[in-house]
Ligand binder design. Structure first.
Ligand SMILES: [Zn+2]
Ligand SMILES: [Zn+2]
Length: 122
């Protein structure tokens, strides 16, 4: 079982559209292996996997984290071109992506899909 890169909680495996995701049971952040987020965003995203609670995740969003898979590899902070408040964490080694709780919803509702697809493809 993996450890949350932000709060140190445990990541729980959940399924959505045949994609296996790791979600933190403490802070609600979600880990996507390479390609998983892309797959989700290019099909229909079930927002049920994202918490609807408006818990404050601002602190976690600003916090640096280490990849839950690669241990001591620091996650890269990648800022959205269209929304400076949106920063996603990506592992430079395995290319997995970490989203804070609420970010997946924000990305789909605010029509920033293409922006995000750029980020995760590159
Ligand atoms: Zn967490
Ligand atoms: Zn990694």
């Amino acid at each position: 079982m993996y450890e949350c890169p932000k709060c140190g909680g445990k990541l729980d495996v959940i399924m959505s559209n045949d994609v296996k995701l790791d979600k933190c049971i403490s802070c609600g952040g979600i880990w996507f292996d390479d390609g998983e987020l892309y797959k989700l965003l290019t099909t229909s995203v079930s927002l049920m996997i994202d918490g609807l609670e408006s818990t404050d995740t601002v602190a976690y969003n600003k916090q640096e984290g280490y990849c839950p898979l690669c241990n001591m590899v620091k996650l890269e902070r990648i800022q959205s071109k269209t929304d400076p408040d949106l920063v996603i964490d990506k592992c430079p080694s395995c290319h997995g992506v970490w989203l804070e709780r609420g970010e997946l919803t924000a990305l789909t509702i605010k029509a920033k899909k293409s922006d995000l697809l750029d980020i995760i493809k590159g």
